[in-house]
Structures are given as structure tokens and as C-alpha cells.
Design a protein around this ligand. Structure first.
Ligand SMILES: *Cc1c(COP(=O)(O)O)cnc(C)c1O
Length: 373
């Protein structure tokens, strides 16, 4: 065991993909989103686990991410969803990845013949309200699709949009976006039935089968996290990542003594502290100072004092809780009957679960556990 390990359970990713696929409307295919190094879980690990569980597509954001997957031997439909510089466009197409267009200039650049690559596979994106990528102009989007269909230097593959509020309770804006999307996409689909309509992220996939169309793009849920930062169990999702460290020191801390930078913890009674060698250099954020719990031997203890780059301290209580040097420490995941969710840690930080796992740094050694099923 190393000082910090992020254990990634590939069986859990497989189970989550299966759970999600089992809820799809008839005819909808499934894309596993493995951008940002698989939301911190490892892109290759996530891609292989998702494909083994029946994911038809994979999706990433950058051309480099696509190249990395291809170099590792990952085959099959692969969509690069992000904006691309001209160099990145070459890289994405060289990796036989699909790209997203919303301007005539980009479509033309994608159509330029490349010696080593087949015709570019293009998805056109309508911005129905997210306000980031895509064109807000349905007529332009339609013209781009028509042009791509007519141009044998490119292959028109998909019609997409992205939701801004699918994860919000009581939201109606998603339905507005879907209506705008349908008004644009359905006439095109009627003429070109091979076009793949795709709009749903995890939140939309779990919320409304009307968003499934021909393909869904699920990220957060395949990792067993809840898109609305609530308990993932409500959707039958299993967290795939456990963050573990180890007790490096156990020592008494007398009343009035302190631990850590800035003396942000001063003992109010005689107690025993454990030092756990994880910190913001591993992605365990400094904002968790006096804000987190850990599990040791199936029991819950408060993390106390400043999170530093390399260490945190934990209050074991006056009797030391029976904890000894070398005991495993769980910062995310389950131990005995107890568990700590990324959602809980996110709430303490005032952020979302996505950022908790994406924020794990390379020094936290990724280790896969379980078997792809
Ligand atoms: C990241 C992303 C997704 C996946 O979103 P989740 O909320 O993680 O399911 C889907 N579509 C696009 C365009 C994305 O950028």
C-alpha cells in the first residue's frame, strides 16, 4: 500500500453503465464520457470498463484525450465534444475521432482532405440555451448539416445540443431547450434518418426518457456519482472511487496544544491525534480544513486542523480509538458499514462531486480493483 491510493473499481463502473443502459428508451445508444481523465478515475480504465459493459460510444473533450485513448488501443466511435484549435482538429481527425462543428469555417477546415485520415465525421451543435459552444442560429445549423451531407469530403454524423439545468430540481428550462432542439433536429432527421440525435447528459438521462433520442452522453453517473450532488444510491449507482491513505503517526495532544499550520486546531481536552499523509498536493483540498471526516477501522473520526500539501491530522479522541500506525484510512468510499461520499465532501467545499474526483492529482496513485464485467 502507498501513502495515497485512489482505488478505482472497474466492476462498479460496469454496473453503473449497465444500470443506465437498462433505463434507456428503445433505440437509444450509450456513450460513456471519459473526459478529464475519466473524471479523475483514469480515462483508460473508465473507457475499457464502459466498453466492456456495453457502451457503444466514448466521448471526451480534447483532441489529446482522443489520441491517448487510440494510442492505448481503444477502438469504436469516439466523439471529441470540445472546441478545437486548427492543430487540435488535425490531432482529433488523425485519431479517427468525430468532431463538433457550428461554423462554416470549422466545417470547411474539417473537410480539408488529410493524407492519413478518412473523411471527417462531423456532429453539428445547436446552442439551445447553454450559451457556450454551438450556434444559437438554427438556420445556420441547418445549413451546416445540409452542407456536410452534400460534401463527400465529410461525413455528417450527428445533431447535438447540451442542457444547462437538467440537474436542477423543479427545472423547466430543460424542456424549453429540448423543444428548441426538436424544432431544429426533427425535420433534418426526417430527411436523413441516419443522423444521430443526442442531447442528454447523466442528469437528463436519469430524469426524462424523452431526452434519450438516438444516443445519451453519460459521464458523472458511470462513476457512481449523482448529477445533482445527492445520494447516488437513489438511482442505484455505486461510487467507483475510494480514496485511501494510511495512519503515519499516532501521538497524544494535550489540552491547549495545536496541530498544523496556523494552529487552526487547538485541543480543548487531552486527546490523541493521527497524522495521515495526504494533502492538497494529492488533490485533498485545503478548503477541507476542519471540514471533513475519515473512516478508520470502520469508525468515523473528524479531520482537524489545516489541510497542508502533504498531511492532515485526525482527532482519535482521548482513548485513541484503538488506532495504530499502519491502519488504512478512508477519505472517500466505504469502510465497514460506514461510507463517505464525494457528494458530502463537495458540499463541505461548496462545490460539486465532479470537482472532487476531477481534482485528484497525479500523486494520488490510481489503482484499479475489481474485474471488468
Ligand atoms: C461532460 C459532458 C457530458 C457529460 O455530463 P455528465 O453530467 O457528467 O453526465 C455530456 N455532454 C457534454 C457536451 C459534456 O461536455
Amino acid at each position: 500500500m502507498e501513502r495515497v491510493e485512489a482505488l478505482v473499481d472497474v466492476a462498479a463502473i460496469g454496473a453503473n453503465v449497465r444500470t443506465l443502459r437498462g433505463r434507456l428508451a428503445p433505440g437509444a445508444a450509450f456513450a460513456g464520457v471519459v473526459k478529464a481523465d475519466g473524471y479523475g478515475h483514469g480515462a483508460l480504465t473508465a473507457a475499457r470498463a464502459a466498453q466492456a459493459a456495453g457502451a457503444d460510444w466514448l466521448a471526451v473533450v480534447s483532441a489529446r484525450e482522443a489520441r491517448t485513448l487510440r494510442d492505448a488501443g481503444i477502438a469504436g466511435p469516439l466523439l471529441v465534444m470540445g472546441a478545437l484549435t486548427p492543430d487540435e482538429l488535425d490531432l482529433a481527425l488523425g485519431a479517427a475521432a468525430d468532431v463538433v462543428a457550428w461554423t462554416p469555417e470549422f466545417l470547411e477546415a474539417a473537410a480539408r482532405p488529410r493524407p492519413d485520415a478518412p473523411p471527417a465525421r462531423v456532429h453539428v451543435k445547436l446552442d439551445t440555451g447553454m450559451g457556450r459552444l454551438g450556434t444559437r442560429d438554427p438556420d445556420l445549423a441547418t445549413a451546416l448539416v445540409r452542407r456536410a451531407v452534400a460534401d463527400d469530403r465529410v461525413h455528417a454524423v450527428g445533431l447535438m445540443t447540451h442542457f444547462a439545468t437538467a440537474d436542477e430540481e423543479g427545472d423547466r428550462f430543460m424542456d424549453e431547450q429540448l423543444a428548441r432542439y426538436r424544432a431544429w433536429a426533427e425535420p433534418l432527421k426526417a430527411v436523413h434518418p441516419g443522423l444521430v440525435r443526442h442531447v442528454a447528459n447523466s442528469a437528463a438521462t436519469l430524469r426524462d426518457p424523452a431526452t434519450h433520442l438516438d444516443l445519451v452522453r453519460c459521464g458523472i453517473a458511470i462513476y457512481g456519482m449523482d448529477p445533482a450532488n445527492r445520494d447516488p444510491e437513489r438511482h442505484g449507482l455505486v461510487p467507483a472511487l475510494a480514496l485511501r491513505s494510511v495512519v503515519a503517526a499516532v501521538k497524544p495532544c494535550a489540552r491547549g496544544e495545536s496541530a498544523g499550520y496556523g494552529r487552526r486546531f487547538v485541543a480543548e481536552r487531552d486527546t490523541v491525534l493521527a497524522t495521515v499523509p495526504i494533502g492538497y498536493g494529492d488533490g485533498w483540498r485545503r478548503g477541507l480544513t476542519n471540514q471533513a471526516e475519515v473512516l478508520i477501522g470502520g469508525r468515523r473520526f473528524a479531520q482537524v486542523g489545516t489541510v497542508s500539501m502533504d498531511n492532515v491530522t485526525v482527532d482519535l479522541g482521548p482513548d485513541g480509538g484503538g488506532v495504530t500506525v499502519g491502519d488504512p484510512v478512508t477519505l472517500l468510499g466505504a469502510d465497514g458499514g460506514e461510507r463517505i461520499l464525494a457528494e458530502t465532501v463537495a458540499a463541505a467545499l461548496g462545490t460539486i462531486n465532479y470537482e472532487v474526483t476531477c481534482g485528484l492529482l497525479p500523486r494520488a496513485t490510481r489503482r484499479t480493483v475489481g474485474a471488468a464485467t
